[in-house]
Design a protein around this ligand. Structure first.
Ligand SMILES: [Zn+2]
Length: 275
């Protein structure tokens, strides 16, 4: 199993970091987790495409994690040669979001159906709102969801992907919580969104200070990884984006609490999930 960080950024546009999104390449195909800004550009660079996604999993409906859902629906549709519904899983509200996105695309759907004689079907999707438990099983691959804590944003979920003997957890945005601990127990890798509490407090801007109470800091994520016996901790969704030369600070803050491997994400970082 392979993990590719498609976007390591946050809501703040950054020339080098796309919005939050992670591709997990499994024995049954490519599973996409969240779909932030620029996801299909990074997907192309990773050698995949909207048509190749086995399923899309959303951790929550914050805009930065879903900005490019419309691009995925459209691109999958117009590059297909037969109807190919997109399978989507996400927290409560996901089915309504997908439906609203398809409604937003109605003019474009009309233009293309009228223009292309060989395109005789609409974009479509199979959406399941999920809470907890095993939500996807195919071959050796099993995806398990559990509630996370990103309050006041509710509901939110994290995911664990098991492929044979290997396992990776996609935390999404959350503070440390029992649901995430449960997913992480004994997993090989944890991909965790983080913010730098020290830097945000130094900036002191109220709009930024607000993000501290519903995200994990670097030490928070490291402590979650340590409690669960994680092998490799991947820090992503970096707020603020690391200034060049400060990358080691992030690693050091995590290393104070966690003795496993620590990786600071950049876009298109590709990691083999190993024991
Ligand atoms: Zn969020």
């Amino acid at each position: 199993m392979q993990v590719i960080i498609l976007g390591s950024g946050s809501p703040l546009p950054d020339p080098g970091r796309a919005g939050p999104s992670t591709l997990v390449r499994t024995t049954v195909g490519d599973l996409l987790f969240d779909c932030g800004r620029g996801v299909l550009m990074r997907t192309a660079a990773a050698g995949s495409s909207a048509g190749a996604f086995r399923a899309l999993f959303l951790t929550h409906l914050h805009s930065d994690h879903i900005t490019d859902l419309n691009d995925i629906l459209t691109s999958r549709w117009i590059t297909s040669f037969a109807p190919s519904p997109l399978t989507v899983f996400g927290p409560g509200g996901t089915a309504a979001l997908v439906q609203a996105t398809e409604a937003m695309l109605e003019p474009d759907i009309g233009y293309r159906l009228a223009h292309h004689d060989d395109l005789q079907w609409r974009p479509s999707s199979n959406v399941t709102d999920v809470e907890s438990g095993v939500i996807f099983e195919d071959g050796e691959v099993r995806v398990t969801a559990a509630p996370t804590d990103h309050a006041p944003v509710r509901p939110t979920v994290g995911y664990r992907i098991d492929d044979g003997e290997r396992s990776v957890v996609i935390a999404g945005d959350t503070v440390p919580c029992a649901g995430l601990d449960e997913l992480c127990a004994g997993a090989d890798m944890l991909v965790h969104t983080v913010v730098r509490r020290d830097l945000i407090e130094m900036v002191g801007l109220a709009r930024l200070i607000d993000v501290l109470d519903y995200h994990s800091s670097v030490p928070d994520a490291a402590q979650t990884a340590a409690r669960a016996g994680i092998g490799t901790l991947v820090l992503t969704h970096l707020v603020p984006a690391p200034a060049p030369g400060t990358e080691q600070e992030w690693i050091d803050q995590a290393a104070t609490h966690f003795s496993g491997d620590i990786v600071l994400a950049v876009d298109l970082l590709t990691l083999e999930v190993t024991a």
